[in-house]
Design a protein around this ligand. Structure first.
Ligand code: FES
Ligand SMILES: [Fe+2]
Length: 398
């Protein structure tokens, strides 16, 4: 049987979406409900984050056999395990007995079995039920029928994605073009040496839209503008499941840091262009991947409510940089922590502004073509067109 990856339209005024889907230069932003309405948020949790490919962490967070983590995915959560063969698994984070979470969301464990904290049902790292107290004596109890519910998992350059629908098309196929841009950075080889968690009082799409434009940079990012001209670079042609572009470094600047100096080492796979640019890409729905000459910064967005988003930000460097005595990741972490906080403040203000019933969708500037690509992807998703669909054609920003 051929499974079909389909979902229903979102509970949002279809005619209001028509304005967002006009050609670039004539379109407007998403309707206000997309940012403030709990019903739209619940739909997004189910259909954007709970089905299709969602990033639930980094492979390096589970380096050893027996490592386990639970991470949010839509309205529920997934349990990740690494088995004795070194393979990663994703399971619905719910016990087959009476549904207790196997690990609290955001927590990790290291042991050779998955043990439910409620009545100690015990599963192997690959999900088979091994032990259920008291059931041994019960006639006809077939342990093999009560294993954990496994979900498709894909690793892509050190990121772990899970498909809650079990029916999304291949992640690799959907990201094939992006793969050519990302592969030279070898993110899977890099070592995370900086990590920040943020809790922003803003809708996840406001954070993403903000990431996709530097129209605001001259106004709120003086540090960024010192090292990278805000008008530089271009966006890549629309690809459907990811959106992004690149920017230049100013002459004399080696990377994005407060003085443009790198205290790391250039990534070994980059050509001359890669050493003079920074690539910014958003993999739908929740990864912002920023590729620098000497480090990779990854934001993973976890929506908590229509007006609240948890953000995990990591900075990864070449292992040979960490081998240098005295290596300190702060040059990159501090720069982006300042910039991140400038962004979150702006996004939180947008959220407050959109809480006004008088807020109406505004037009996009010529510098906001990547915002347009993202907005049209979301709008078409709201209309019931699955984003993770290799056949889908993205709107051209023209
Ligand atoms: S709910 Fe897990 S053992 Fe009872
Ligand atoms: Fe910004």
């Amino acid at each position: 049987m051929v499974s079909q990856y389909v979902y229903p339209a979102a509970p949002i005024d279809k005619s209001a979406l028509a304005g967002s889907l006009q050609v670039f230069g004539h379109s407007v932003m998403l309707p206000r409900a997309a940012y403030v309405d709990p019903a739209v948020f619940a739909w997004e949790q189910q259909h954007f984050f709970g089905s299709g490919w969602t990033c639930v962490g980094l492979s390096s967070q589970l380096p050893e056999a027996g490592d386990q983590r639970a991470e949010s995915a839509g309205a529920g959560s997934v349990l990740l395990t690494r088995d004795d063969q070194g393979e990663l698994h994703a399971f619905a984070n719910t016990c087959r007995h009476r549904g207790h979470e196997l690990l609290p969301c955001g927590a990790g464990a290291q042991r050779n079995a998955v043990i439910c904290p409620y009545h100690s049902w015990t599963y192997s790292l690959s999900g088979e039920l091994r032990f259920a107290s008291g059931f041994k004596e019960r006639d006809g109890f077939d342990r093999s029928a009560w294993g954990l519910v496994e979900l498709p998992l894909a690793e892509w350059h050190g990121l772990i994605f899970v498909d809650g629908s079990g029916q999304a098309p291949s992640l690799g196929d959907s990201l094939r073009v992006l793969d050519g841009l990302v592969a030279p950075y070898e993110p899977e080889r890099l070592v995370v040496a900086g990590r920040h968690e943020y809790d922003a009082a803003a809708n996840w799409k406001i954070l993403t839209e903000n990431y996709h434009e530097c129209y605001h940079c001259p106004v709120i990012h003086p540090e960024l503008c010192r090292v990278s001209p805000p008008k530089s670079g271009e966006n890549y042609p629309a690809q459907g499941t990811w959106v992004g572009g690149w920017m230049d470094l100013r002459d004399g600047m080696d990377t994005m840091s407060l003085d443009g100096t790198s205290l790391g080492v250039p990534l070994r796979g980059l050509d001359a262009t890669g050493l003079r640019t920074v690539i910014y890409v958003n993999i739908f729905p929740n990864v912002l991947l920023s590729l620098h000459p000497d480090y990779v910064m990854t934001h993973r967005l976890v929506p908590l409510a229509a007006d609240r988003t948890f953000i995990e930000c990591t900075w990864a460097f070449a292992p040979e940089a960490l081998d240098n005595p005295g290596f300190e990741p702060g040059y990159a972490v501090e720069f982006w922590d300042i910039t991140n906080q400038q962004d979150w403040r702006a996004c939180e203000s947008v959220q407050r502004g959109l809480s006004s019933e008088h807020a109406l969708p505004g037009p996009l500037s010529p510098d906001e073509d990547a915002v347009y690509q993202f907005v049209t992807m979301v709008a078409r998703g709201y209309l019931g067109e699955p984003v993770w669909n290799p056949g889908r054609k993205a709107a051209a920003a023209g």
